[in-house]
Design a protein around this ligand. Structure first.
Ligand SMILES: NC(=O)C1=CN([C@@H]2O[C@H](COP(=O)(O)OP(=O)(O)OC[C@H]3O[C@@H](n4cnc5c(N)ncnc54)[C@H](O)[C@@H]3O)[C@@H](O)[C@H]2O)[C@H](O)CC1
Ligand SMILES: [K+]
Length: 472
């Protein structure tokens, strides 16, 4: 985007607005105080110089400390030349003397861990604001290259970066302000984003219609095991609570035990091969509550009959170290332990690891966590931070599998269903209050679905209104 904008509006114009946005964010959050702006050699430092000029113009006592001079003739050099205020040495003593330190050392160009000198200056600072990101947080991955206390605010531009959203970087950014700096829309379109924040509007969930019947809403089928009925029942309940038309459990010899459960479930005891002939039953959950032997007896049959399969829990253990065994399934929902046993440790770059896992097995991979990463085989990735620690309780993943099953059965594309499922699950967690037990989530899933439909609708109205205004 920067590169293309450089050829149209010019980087210096964007830098002016970026620095102005930083100064504005500071003035909105702090009372006038002694500010030290730490400027690096790149455009991040250029933004810092502009911010220093606007703060000074507003009457704040401002000093600038330069780590290294900007490249001659570039936009950062021009921004530096426009600042005629006080310059001081780049030192820990000067940082300690300031009430507020603005970190404009490195931004998107950070390519290695900052030096000890840089870190000593940042550590000496009492209160910190970041231009774009703290200068030791990798914007692409959220990896933290050095330790220091968190910032109060990070002012970024055009779009938040993965480093603002993913842990551990997320915890150090503080409040993230994303400023509109007038990046031309053709530059944004040209950049073709492949990583998205998971929000309604990225996908849309079918609403209820007057003529719906249970099969149009969709049938979710589950394979049940003998020894862990709770997991299967939680997944079935999650599917029902999020709006499936019908939920059926293939329970084989355990059918009588499952029949004592929720009366709204249909329990089948016929052989799986026979059940698979029913073309209305296209979506199957396999794994919650299943032992490896039970997965071995069911998953290959589901895949061979070309059903849309969500594999979780036991099915992921069954394929540990041999993820190709999962080829043919549509969605998998591992937590970090399951992911590691399948594909190896993901390392610092979760987006890259989950994306390549999805490509490797040709299925959507949803890596569950405080921020879940959801990748499609074609490379699209959504980051879901719409969640609550209330969800960190045993069985919550089974509920999620059920919710995604419902959205698949409603006909949503696989990646959309996984993204929407993660959002609904998060919304239910946020609505469920303090310390809910896992069963309590179900009561909120219907309202969560209605909320998602409503938010997506409002967003599309806004977009339509904007288009009408533009045409006018
Ligand atoms: N996104 C936008 O629309 C705009 C963003 N702007 C700002 O520009 C920076 C990115 O600028 P860039 O010049 O590409 O990179 P940096 O300023 O982050 O630094 C590059 C510079 O620093 C060297 N370097 C990197 N890491 C280290 C290190 N650990 N130690 C020493 N030196 C390091 C690197 O080699 C380069 O020389 C973005 O963040 C925004 O703040 C613009 O204002 C335009 C609009
Ligand atoms: K920075």
């Amino acid at each position: 985007m920067d590169e293309m904008a450089g050829r149209s509006v010019g980087i210096i114009a964007l830098m002016e607005r970026a620095g102005w946005a930083v100064a504005r964010a500071i003035r909105a959050r702090f009372a006038p105080c002694r500010v030290l702006v730490l400027c690096g050699p790149g455009n991040n430092g250029g933004d810092g110089h502009v911010a220093a000029r606007y703060l000074e113009r507003a009457g704040w006592p401002v000093q600038v400390a330069l780590l290294a001079p900007p490249r001659e003739g570039g936009p950062a050099a021009e921004a530096a030349a426009r600042f005629s205020g006080r310059r001081v040495e780049f030192s820990a003593e000067n940082a300690a003397r300031a009430d507020l330190v603005v970190d404009a050392i490195f931004g998107a160009g950070l390519d290695r861990a900052p030096s000890d000198t840089v870190m000593a200056v940042l550590r000496a600072s009492r209160r910190l604001v970041a231009v774009d990101l703290p200068s030791f947080v990798n914007g692409l991955t959220g990896a933290v290259l050095a330790e220091r206390p968190p910032y109060e605010v990070s002012v970024t531009f055009v779009r938040p970066k993965p480093g603002h959203v993913l842990y551990p970087g997320r915890t150090l950014c503080g409040e993230v302000v994303c400023a509109d700096i007038g990046m031309p829309s053709d530059c944004i379109a040209h950049a073709q984003p492949r990583i998205f924040l998971n929000r309604p509007g990225l996908w849309s969930i079918p609403a209820m219609t007057a003529q719906d019947h249970k099969y149009s809403r969709g049938v979710v089928s589950l394979c049940a095991g003998r020894v862990m009925p709770g997991a299967t029942r939680l997944a079935a309940a999650g599917a029902r609570a999020s709006g499936a038309g019908l939920v059926r459990i293939s329970a084989g010899v355990s059918a009588e035990a499952y029949r004592l459960g929720a009366p709204g479930l249909v329990i089948d005891d016929a052989p799986l091969e026979a059940l698979l002939e029913d073309t209305r039953r296209n979506v199957w959950l396999c794994g919650p509550g299943l032992t490896p032997d039970e997965v071995e007896d069911t998953l290959p049959l589901l895949v061979a009959s070309k059903k849309c399969v969500l594999a979780d829990a036991g099915a992921l253990g069954w394929a540990a170290g041999a993820p190709e065994k999962l080829r043919g399934v549509s969605v998998i929902t591992p937590h970090i332990g399951e992911f590691t046993r399948l594909f190896g440790a993901p390392g610092d770059d979760l987006v890259c690891a989950v994306r390549s896992a999805a490509g490797r097995i040709g299925a959507v991979v949803l890596l569950k966590g405080a921020v879940s990463v959801i990748a499609a085989p074609d490379g699209r990735v959504a980051l879901n931070d719409h969640a609550s620690p209330a969800l960190a309780t045993a069985g919550s993943g089974d509920t999620l599998a059920g919710v995604i099953g419902t959205l698949l059965a409603a006909g949503m594309p696989h990646w959309d269903a996984a993204c929407a499922g993660a959002w609904l699950h998060g919304e239910a967690g946020l609505r469920a209050g303090n310390w809910p037990i896992v069963e309590a989530l179900d009561a909120h899933l219907g309202d969560a679905r209605a909320e998602a439909i409503d938010q997506a609708r409002r967003l599309s109205c806004e977009t339509d209104n904007l288009a009408v205004k533009r045409r006018a």
